[in-house]
Design a protein around this ligand. Structure first.
Ligand code: FE2
Ligand code: FE2
Length: 407
């Protein structure tokens, strides 16, 4: 941070630096919890919100760059990270959502309003524009969360837990100097009895409308068009697991450059959209997603490996090897004149092309981060072998084996 800054200017710059970090941490905690959120629609929304949070963070960081702050995380107190580890220690999804949205994000919303009202309206107007632009996102998120926490905490006992967790979350924020960092740093409050970190989740949760299964069914013959469409789009629904895996990476990988979190958050939300592609198409065909079993095995086996393997297996192997089937399906739907099936697939192909590029961008720095001793080729070969051994999705395993010349 520009060290010659004093007084009010320094205070404003420090606040913006905290806000961008708090937005990033909020997204990462939500990522850590994504697999642990049971209700399907809530999970979908949270994945969208964590991507929004990173976009808010990006806008604040761009503004900080204009204010000559090239490394906005450099002077942040270490207590902020401690605070987020504590906020992640909720024991139920409704508690976690209450802490992150109804305490942290609600406080951020108030802080943005306060900043707009109190900064130099002319000299610092670009900051005002950024905050005015992000405030509606903040407000919409908290409004949504109020309703959801109300719905999920549906007994007196759960409501009491929410109250206690919100009090604890307020105390955590106060202990790291408040949202604006202008109160003294204190010792972190004590967790409620028997509370601790549940992350990372070894299993992805589903709500009780779903029959949970490990793997996906085998691909029917293309000639059976109706069965093929249903198979393909119910498989799309299962891409929620890719989102859940990426969300764990968002949480688990510490200390890499900020841009990594931004790309992972986008990738995570894209996979939720792919899952929604399936949901929408099945809906058009008269089905509800809960008419089909919900697979959790892909998430579970990926959690057996560290984030480097998880991410490399997903991008360099699973996604990179998926194009052949997608292009073939696209052609098939065009030939059938089924544009409602063809068009989403082409958008998916475009998204997946970007995801493979993300992998090319971030796997090499992650190899360094994790001290991987081999070459990139060694790692990809190892990941391909891991997918071939562990995958519970027949089409995925088939594509990987075909690539390795084993099919
Ligand atoms: Fe996808
Ligand atoms: Fe993808």
């Amino acid at each position: 941070m520009a060290s010659e800054l004093t007084g009010t200017i320094k205070n404003h710059v420090t606040r913006l630096a905290r806000y961008q970090a708090l937005e990033t941490y909020a997204a990462r905690v939500l990522g850590g919890w994504l697999a642990g959120i049971a209700r399907w629609e809530v999970k979908q929304r949270v994945a969208y919100h964590l991507w929004e949070d990173l976009q808010i963070s990006r806008q604040l960081r761009t503004r900080l760059w204009e204010l000559r702050v090239n490394q906005p995380d450099r002077e942040l107190p270490p207590q902020l990270q401690d605070a987020f580890h504590l906020l992640a220690m909720a024991q139920a999804d409704f508690e976690l959502l209450a802490g992150v949205y109804l305490v942290l994000k609600a406080e951020l919303e108030k802080a943005y309003q306060r900043y707009i009202e109190t900064t130099f309206d002319i000299y610092d107007h670009p900051s005002v524009l950024v905050l005015r632009h992000v405030l509606p996102m903040r407000q919409a998120q908290t409004t949504w969360a109020r309703r959801i926490v109300d719905e999920l905490a549906d007994t007196g006992e759960k409501r009491r837990q929410v109250q206690r967790w919100m009090q604890f979350s307020h105390a955590v924020l106060a202990a790291c100097g408040g949202i604006d960092g202008n109160t003294p740093i204190q010792e972190m409050p004590t967790l409620p009895p028997a509370y601790g970190l549940l992350l990372p989740f070894v299993e992805a949760r589903r709500d009780d409308r779903f029959e949970v299964t490990i793997g996906s069914p085998a691909k029917p013959a293309e000639s059976d068009h109706a069965a093929y469409v249903i198979w393909q789009f119910s498989n799309y629904v299962q891409e929620m697991q890719a989102a859940e895996t990426l969300a764990t990476i968002l949480w688990e990988v510490e200390g890499v450059e900020w841009e990594f979190y931004y790309d992972i958050a986008r990738h995570c939300w894209d996979e939720v959209r792919h899952s929604e592609i399936g949901q929408t198409r099945l809906g058009q065909l008269g089905y509800h997603i809960a008419d089909f079993p919900s697979a959790v095995g892909s998430y579970a086996w990926r959690q057996l490996f560290d984030p480097l393997i998880r991410y490399c297996a997903l991008t360099y192997v699973i996604e990179a090897d998926s194009f052949k089937l997608k292009h073939a399906s696209y052609q098939h739907y065009l030939e059938q004149g089924d544009m409602d099936s063809a068009q989403p697939i082409m958008y998916d192909i475009m998204d997946e092309t970007m995801h493979v590029r993300f992998g090319q961008k971030w796997v090499p720095p992650l190899m360094k981060h994790y001290g991987y001793a081999g070459t990139l080729d060694d790692l990809i070969t190892a990941c391909r072998q891991i997918v071939a051994t562990h995958s519970v999705a027949p089409a995925q395993r088939e594509a990987v084996l075909a690539h390795s010349g084993q099919a």
